[in-house]
Design a protein around this ligand. Sequence first.
Ligand SMILES: O=C(O)CCC(=O)C(=O)O
Ligand SMILES: [Fe+2]
Length: 332
Amino acid sequence: MDQRREAQANEINGSRSNENDSVSSKGPALRLYPCVEKKAEKYEDLEEELEFSPHLYSALERHLPTSVLSSSRDNKVQYMTDILLRYSPRSDRSRLQKHGEYRQKIISNYQPLHRVLYTMHAADFFVPSFIKAISENTEESFRKIMSEASPGVFTFEMLQPRFCEMMLAEVQNFEKWVRETKFRIMRPNTMNKFGSVLDDFGLQNMLQKFMEDFIRPISRVFFTEVGGSTLDGHHGFVVEYGTDRDIDLGFHVDDAEVTLNVCLGKQFTGGELFFRGVRCEKHVNSDTQPEEIFDYAHIAGRAILHCGRHRHGARATTSGQRINLLIWCRRY
Ligand SMILES: O=C(O)CCC(=O)C(=O)O
Ligand SMILES: [Fe+2]
């Protein structure tokens, strides 16, 4: 279900680092540059993991900007996949089939650490105040536990500390398996080099229920303009920041109607989110008004919920390690 849309975070101004970069200072992210003659790299050995034919990568390579062309093969793959995904039709069947096979390969080999995470146990996952609000299911009950810190950005206590601990351990266990088996995994989206897609190692059904029963009811009330009541798919992943991981996240919009972001821990400094208002696709680069500026410091267990088109990014995590659970909620 969630694979009909690609995992793309759309960078604004082609910038990864600064919300203040002006449009004129950067070229569009997808611009292709003709390049100096260089023997094309081979990609056949990666066929199993590539989203598209290895020949397509070899053929496209000579159009890469020089800076990308001289970078690692992994980096070139990531860059070209990003471009190809943007131009390929959403219903690209072979890609879907390949992704299904990729997922199946992981699921049939990876041994989960905490099986309890793989089915929804609301009372163990969520704090009581959140469960109460969801069961009452009214705007009033939601407003009681949620703070609308800036228009369209809601924060609230959501996850039990024990759930956060178990999810962190599960992710760590999965990553250990990836290292030991040298399995090449796909990262959560085009802007992250670290992090894992939870749906890819068995958490898809639990997270779909999470979305349907615990995010959609809130979205029905607060995100009507993006079809909050009819959300029907998701992309669930964790992002990982620290000095030896991704450091920050550039200014972007999510490929989602509604985004849930919950910090799982651990100890860290920095990593604040910055929000800069909602824009339609055409005006995504337009200036920010002072009242649209909102910064948010993550707290473990606390959720932040916003429209996917709400422009945002994350500042550098300056020490420690920050791991966040993201559920990009979608309407197909
Ligand atoms: O690092 C964060 O908390 C933000 C992550 C984010 O915006 C995303 O993955 O889309
Ligand atoms: Fe985002």
